[in-house]
Ligand binder design. Structure first.
Ligand code: C2E
Ligand code: MG
Ligand code: MG
Ligand code: MG
Length: 290
């Protein structure tokens, strides 16, 4: 009986793999139409100052609900877009949405920046800086309002083309942030040459912060070094009041996470902004806890 069970398990595992493969193919096949027909959209998640709850910036996150498969996780959207050579149009769609959001913020007299995730592959495309700057111009969006997020490993891999892109975008006034810091390999001194203005501590560090004294040591040291190098530190994936309070105690300036604000549609974010502007200082429990 156990043999038969084992065979069935292998069978089930194989058919799962096949399902997964079919699903991927379907995602890749249906992506061009989704991109062309506004089937994809963008969610916005606030990044706040931990000391007073004021809005610092807003990260854009790609979203796609497939008509048959349902919501596709963002990392799968990105992987499929890379696979099928559509990462440029996908990213420009997100950048457009970021520029629209920047206009909304401007109307509310907010100086908050908008952040867009950049796939490492795109940084190696020689036309990237020109395409980004054309979209900023088209929306009359000041380049200073844009932050580009690169994962730690992507930030470490450099080539002549990617260096030229970073240099051109920096010259325009765009800032760069190192995403998911703590998951890859990098040395802080390499990061301290001025290309990066911000680092985002990965959720895997933040989620350990309350329970693990060693993690607190690491975060305190990384934060001190980052600050010495002139970078602002963001804690990602803050899910509890305690996470926020601990990070603030360790010198982290900014925070992002479900506890502070979930990724939202543009209209939900507008409502959230109004509420936040009125009561940010008093409504944030962590500010009270100080
Ligand atoms: P990321 O850039 O590190 O974005 C943060 C991710 O953490 C988002 O997942 C967000 O929804 C999630 N998150 C935020 N706060 C919390 C929290 O408190 N708890 C938990 N458990 N999660 C939280 P999402 O939207 O699924 O995106 C996953 C990744 O996909 C992103 O990680 C980014 O690397 C990539 N991605 C998303 N949108 C884009 C895009 O437009 N372009 C590119 N190239 N990559 C994107
Ligand atoms: Mg990011
Ligand atoms: Mg991240
Ligand atoms: Mg991430």
């Amino acid at each position: 009986a156990s043999k038969a069970g084992g065979r069935n398990c292998v069978h089930a595992a194989t058919s799962d793999l096949i399902d997964e493969h079919i699903r991927r193919r379907r995602i890749e096949q249906d992506m061009p139409a989704a991109l062309e027909n506004s089937g994809m959209h963008v969610a916005f998640q606030p990044i706040l100052r931990l000391d007073n709850g004021h809005l610092d910036s807003i990260e854009t996150l790609v979203r796609w609900t497939h008509p048959v498969l349902g919501p596709v996780p963002a990392d799968q959207i990105v992987r499929a877009a890379e696979h099928t050579n559509q990462i440029l149009p996908m990213t420009l769609m997100v950048l457009n949405a970021a520029c629209e959001m920047r206009k909304v913020l401007e109307r509310q007299h907010s100086k908050a920046q908008v952040a867009v995730n950049l796939s490492p592959r795109l940084l190696g495309y020689s036309g990237l800086a020109a395409r980004i700057s054309a979209i900023l111009l088209q929306h009359q969006c000041p380049p200073q309002a844009l932050v580009l997020e690169l994962t730690e490993d992507a930030a470490m891999v450099r080539s002549d083309v990617s260096d030229a892109n970073v240099e051109a975008l920096r010259a325009l006034g765009v800032s760069f942030s190192i995403d998911d810091f703590g998951t890859g390999y990098s040395n802080l001194s390499r990061l301290g040459h001025g290309d990066f203005q911000q680092i985002k501590l990965d959720r895997s560090l933040v989620s350990q912060i309350a329970a693990n004294a060693r993690t607190r040591d690491i975060v305190a040291n990384v934060t001190r070094m980052a600050k010495d190098l002139g970078m602002v530190v963001v804690g990602e994936g803050i899910e509890t009041e305690e996470d926020a309070a601990q990070l603030q105690g360790l010198g982290v300036t900014l925070g992002q996470g479900f506890y502070l604000g979930r990724p939202m549609s543009a209209s939900m974010l507008c409502a959230w902004l109004e509420k936040n502007a009125v009561q940010s200082i008093h409504s944030l429990p962590l500010a009270v806890a100080r």
